[in-house]
Design a protein around this ligand. Structure first.
Ligand code: ADP
Ligand code: ASP
Ligand code: MG
Length: 408
């Protein structure tokens, strides 16, 4: 007998037939003698609609700064917990729904992007021991002030992994609308290949660099608690992808995958005085305004006394970053050039640690397609470049072929 957490994403619970299909999958595990806890997302599209409604009525505030945003968007998951519990009972499996606050799933106070602090596993374990299936609302928690919180977009993945860790589950199965983790987004590159296994580290980079198949924090948590994680389809019976430790993978490819993010914007400051402390003067106020800066390059200008600084922020932060920089009195510059027409493309693989020439393949493949690189950043197992957004798909396909990742 194994203890399993099964998580079903928005498309998997997209309509009543699909919810019935989910109930059948859960029943199959129960019939096989396993204990199961289920985590569900809202029906596909519902969270987007709720977020848009918040924005319509809170135009002058960032709605997620207070808990009312969470109260609204968390309703999507409430609906699917109830519906799946009904479907399970209808198919002869005892079940009950659980909202985040009922368990409780305790989080910090960061409304709209809360982090899980603890989960009380006792009531769920008791229910499972009786042969009933707890159907838990993903995405939801309760803050220190007793108000509802939500975990950020895609947060049900994190709910599922956190629950698996708290229940000491044998594995956490993430059911979605693709049958595993691919070398790159299969919706963009038709020749993307499904990976049988990927390391936690690589998956963490893939997710944080834009592959939305798993929320970044869910991978962080799986890695920390060594939760075996599977990504698989709720519509087919193919085996999916196992996210696991490096030593569980026999054969490493040079690269595991390519990720992209259109959520980037670039800011260039020209002719900033080149003196000690200038980076602190520019980036300090941005950090104070909660703007995350990602890639940074600095070029010495011709006169040697000034420098051009280019860096990236998220598209959502661009306006705020520009306002902060224009308001600052701690440094001067000639021009401030914002550009939201950019995308970040990243190649990822633990093989990079032991192989040279990987960056060169990337630069050459992009050059051959006439794609200009604006900024480069690297770490031990990834290389990222910033390019014009309209070349995203071309770049992904070119790199996918150049690294020999295309499915045959
Ligand atoms: P769910 O609603 O089940 O949580 P998501 O839409 O959040 O599903 O995540 C699944 C989607 O992630 C896929 O439909 C796919 O387009 C996208 N995706 C991006 N990169 C990858 C990748 N490398 N492998 C698989 N899917 C990916
Ligand atoms: N429903 C939430 C969202 O769309 C959480 C999730 O699906 O993981 O972001
Ligand atoms: Mg998701």
């Amino acid at each position: 007998m194994a203890r399993i957490v099964m998580k079903f994403g928005g498309t998997s619970v997209g309509d009543m037939d699909r919810i019935r299909n989910v109930a059948h999958r859960v029943r199959a595990e129960i019939t096989a003698g396993h204990q199961v806890a289920v985590v569900v997302s809202a029906i596909a599209g519902v969270t987007n609609r709720l977020v848009a409604q918040c924005r319509q009525l809170a135009r002058t505030q960032m709605p997620w700064f207070d808990g009312e945003y969470d109260v609204v968007v968390a309703t999507g998951e409430q609906v699917t917990t109830g519906l799946l519990a009904l479907a399970l009972r209808d198919s002869g499996v005892p079940a009950r729904s659980w909202q985040g606050w009922q368990i409780p799933i305790r989080t910090n106070e960061a409304h709209g992007k809360a982090r899980i602090d603890s989960i009380d596993s006792a009531p769920l374990l008791a229910e499972m021991a009786e042969g009933s299936v707890p159907v838990v609302a993903g995405f939801q928690g309760i803050g220190p002030d007793g108000r509802m919180t939500t975990l950020g977009r895609g947060g049900s993945d994190t709910s599922a992994v956190a629950l698996a860790a708290a229940l000491a589950a044998d594995r956490c199965d993430i059911y979605t609308d693709v049958d595993g983790v691919y070398t790159t987004d299969p919706r963009i590159v038709a020749r993307a290949r499904k990976l049988d296994r990927i390391t936690y580290e690589e998956m963490l980079e893939m997710a944080s660099l834009g592959a939305k198949v798993l929320q970044t924090r869910s991978v962080e948590m799986a890695m920390k608690h060594r939760v075996p994680l599977r990504v698989l389809s709720s519509f087919t019976d193919t085996p999916g992808t196992l996210v696991c430790d490096e030593d569980e993978i026999m054969e490493h490819h040079l690269l595991s995958g390519i990720a992209y993010s259109r959520d980037e914007a670039k800011i260039t400051l020209t002719k900033v005085a080149d003196r000690p402390g200038i980076a602190a003067a520019v980036f300090g106020p941005l950090a104070d305004a909660n703007v995350n800066v990602d890639m940074i390059v600095q070029n010495i200008s011709e006169d040697g006394r000034t420098t051009d600084l280019t860096f990236t922020v998220t598209k959502a932060d661009l306006e705020r970053a520009v306002a902060v920089l224009r308001a600052s009195r701690d440094f001067t510059f000639e021009r401030l050039i914002p550009d939201s027409n950019v995308a970040k493309i990243s190649v990822i693989g633990v093989g990079m640690r032991s192989h040279a020439g990987i960056a060169q393949t990337m630069f050459k493949a992009l050059a051959e397609r006439g794609i200009n690189i604006a900024v480069i950043s690297t770490s031990e197992i990834k290389i990222s470049v910033l390019i014009a957004e309209e070349y995203t798909e071309l770049a992904l396909r070119a790199l996918h072929s150049a690294y020999g990742l295309d499915a045959v």
